[in-house]
Design a protein around this ligand. Sequence first.
Ligand code: NAP
Length: 242
Amino acid sequence: MTRARRAALVTGASRGIGREIAGRLAEEGFDLMLSARGGDALREAAAECGKRGGTHVRTVPADMAVEDDVRRVIDAHRTAYGRLDLLVLSAGVGSAVPLGSYPSHRFDRQFAVNVRAPFLLIDGCMELLRHTAPARIVAISSIAGQAPEPRLAAYAASKAALTALCEAVNTEASADGVAATAICPGYVDTDMSAWNHDRVPPAEMITSGDIAELVITMTRLSPRAVVPYLPVVRTGSQLWRA
Ligand SMILES: NC(=O)c1ccc[n+]([C@@H]2O[C@H](COP(=O)([O-])OP(=O)(O)OC[C@H]3O[C@@H](n4cnc5c(N)ncnc54)[C@H](OP(=O)(O)O)[C@@H]3O)[C@@H](O)[C@H]2O)c1
């Protein structure tokens, strides 16, 4: 008997952490649906997954701040594969702005991409996840949700909400074989953290490969094991900091 091919949907797959997760999943033999806004970068990511062993790699450009786009991503995945073993929520945005005159549109955008889209994806995929179970959801949250920093108030609040969302999902769906994990890293060496190179050199940051490895580990656990959240911090004397 050959095992059915597993399928994963990865948001934020065009760059950074999501792209590395997609590559590792390709190596593990997952069929993939990759999403992000940028079509060219997404095609490049898909080509890289092909080189890393991916047999079926499809892309669906979409803006996670737009509800119709989110629904299109879910439909594209369901139509292509009819099963969902792993939902990876890596698309995310952050703005470093001091409190005092924080533009509300920046707050809204971070909550739309970092919280609302993951909620819509989890809700819209739940039937398929339950049908496929055992299945996993892995959201790339942030240590900022537990140990915030100045100027990142909205980002930290959005990531705290995302982590809480994963915990809540487990209370409702883990008994049906659908477990969620919020991975909560400190600074990871990607485009997103480049603004902070003066303070934290890239060589001191966590790698995308480290995060991808944890995602693969989640897929190897038995369905009995639920990991609600997973902090990943940098070396140094301060444990709880980004
Ligand atoms: N890097 C860090 O230090 C760090 C630390 C902790 C947590 N995280 C979290 O890890 C996740 C991945 O971050 P990263 O470091 O890989 O960032 P990144 O290199 O900037 O990549 C972000 C990804 O999200 C996509 N994205 C952004 N806005 C989007 C939107 N509106 N709709 C659809 N896709 C969108 C981007 O593609 P397009 O721009 O083409 O849409 C890209 O694929 C994020 O949730 C981030 O908050 C990062």
